[in-house]
Ligand binder design. Structure first.
Ligand code: ADE
Length: 234
């Protein structure tokens, strides 16, 4: 069955450093998808929603301890403002203790219409935001970044590139590493012989079925060698 999208995907990114997340989404496939109107990305500076006279967005942690915590008020007001305009399929918080981003999650999120991504900072955000607004918490890996902006850019990129027509060649997202649970086979381009380093003969043979078989075998071998856990996962 073929599914057609009848809506434009909209991603709202909430951050205290909009420039940090804007730049990575303003190039290549993602820029083209946005220019073509396939996806819209809006950036909201949480500071603009602070009612504090110094536009503070963070405060000391109740109970003491090192590190500032992002305050509930500016974030809640920003999200409420967006919720007045439309419904959201997901309100994502980027956090190192969230579920690990994997291709299956990207595929799932690419079917959504409206998504909010809230970038974390400092020691975290007031837990009540997580309890009352956040529908999904995502980590992009088991390491700690200085903030959630790069994670938000990774999430948005991994979703938008999957949208129909975002990529020139419709089939290329399907042949990505991980889409079929395997890593990609090696690829080559001209020249066929670079100072004696040769491209495998099979790829020059013009024998389409054999090329497909060879690529599958290579994917399988590489997955066994480099990412064996992909073969064991359900
Ligand atoms: N914020 C800080 N580290 C992060 C990570 N690894 N993933 C998502 N958000 C983060």
């Amino acid at each position: 069955m073929v599914f057609y999208r009848i809506f434009i995907m909209r991603i709202d990114i909430l951050t205290i450093f909009p420039e940090m997340v804007k730049a990575p989404l303003d190039h290549s496939i993602i820029k083209r998808a946005r220019d073509k109107g396939i996806a819209e990305v809006y950036f909201h500076n949480i500071r603009d929603y602070s009612t504090d006279k110094h536009q503070r967005v963070d405060d000391y942690s109740f109970g003491g301890g090192a590190g500032m915590v992002m305050m509930i008020q500016p974030i809640a007001d920003c999200i409420d403002h967006l919720l007045q305009e439309r419904q959201y399929d997901e309100i994502i918080y980027t956090a190192p203790d969230g579920e690990l981003l994997q291709q299956g999650i990207c595929n799932q999120l690419s079917l959504a219409q409206n998504i909010i991504i809230l970038c974390g900072h400092y020691k975290g955000i007031d837990e009540r935001i997580r309890e009352h607004y956040i529908t999904r918490e995502i980590s992009i890996g088991d390491y700690v970044l200085s903030g959630g902006e790069l994670a938000a850019a990774v999430i948005a990129d991994s979703i938008i590139r999957l949208l129909p027509d975002a990529m020139g060649d419709e089939t290329s997202a399907l042949s990505d590493s991980f889409q079929d649970g395997l890593v990609s086979p090696p690829v080559y381009t001209r020249p066929a012989d670079y100072h004696g380093w040769k491209v495998p003969d099979i790829l020059l043979s013009g024998h389409e079925r054999k090329v497909i078989e060879w690529r599958y075998e290579q994917s399988m071998e590489r997955t066994k060698e480099r990412r064996p856990s992909l073969l064991n996962d359900e």
